[in-house]
Design a protein around this ligand. Structure first.
Ligand code: GRF
Length: 198
């Protein structure tokens, strides 16, 4: 039973396109009693995304909609309808590989976060680890930020960094940064949702 005065959990929706390891870390963290959110929907643009299978196996409702053969606006309207139907209040992107339209971002203004595998504002976009290595950087990391119309450009909510080692490749870096992502994302999403207006 909820304690007197304790607020209802915030309803989080997660968008994925692939394996969904960050989604899984968010779902696992949500099972703690004191976690401020519950994951009410995992949605994907890829019906065969392995992350959807994981979500179903862990009792999380899922929704898949391929954007193929329809205008982007219609595809996004279907995603939007599924999120609203599930009562979603805020969205976490977790390896969602599609650009959201300005219209979608505006409809969820300040209610979408993303995790990006670089220390933003460095290395927006793809191939972040290879680019960090090519620049001779000493450290790599990940960033959780608010999603705006500018790719990987919204307010930074939290970051984690690791030291780059001489023998690192883009693959070893990705692996070690991913461990940090799995710690960072649930913590920052919880802090963010704790102060998000109802
Ligand atoms: C992660 O590295 C994340 O930072 C980036 O895409 C990758 C998704 O991995 N946005 P997963 O699907 O969460 O395992």
């Amino acid at each position: 039973m909820a304690e007197a005065g304790s607020a209802a959990k915030r309803k989080l929706g997660i968008l994925i396109s692939g394996r969904g390891s960050n989604m899984a870390s968010l779902v696992e963290a949500s099972r703690a009693e004191d976690c401020p959110y519950e994951v009410v929907l995992v949605a994907s643009d890829k019906p065969a995304a392995p992350g959807l299978e994981w979500a179903r196996a862990h009792g999380v409702p899922t929704f898949a909609q391929s954007p193929k053969g329809m205008p982007k606006a219609e595809y996004e309207a279907r995603i939007d309808a599924a999120l609203r139907e599930a009562g979603v209040e805020a969205i976490a992107l977790a390896g969602y590989m599609r650009l959201l339209s300005d219209d979608f971002v505006a409809r969820w203004r300040d209610r979408i976060v993303n995790i990006h595998p670089s220390l933003l504002p460095k290395y927006k976009g793809l191939d972040t680890h290879a680019r960090a290595l090519a620049m001779g950087d000493m450290e790599a990391g990940c960033t959780v930020h608010i999603v705006t119309e500018e790719l990987d450009g919204g307010e930074i909510l939290g970051q984690a960094s690791i030291r780059i080692q001489a023998r690192d490749t883009a693959e070893t870096l990705a692996e070690r940064v991913l461990v940090e992502e799995h710690r960072l994302y649930p913590r920052v999403v919880s802090e963010w949702l704790n102060q998000l207006p109802r």
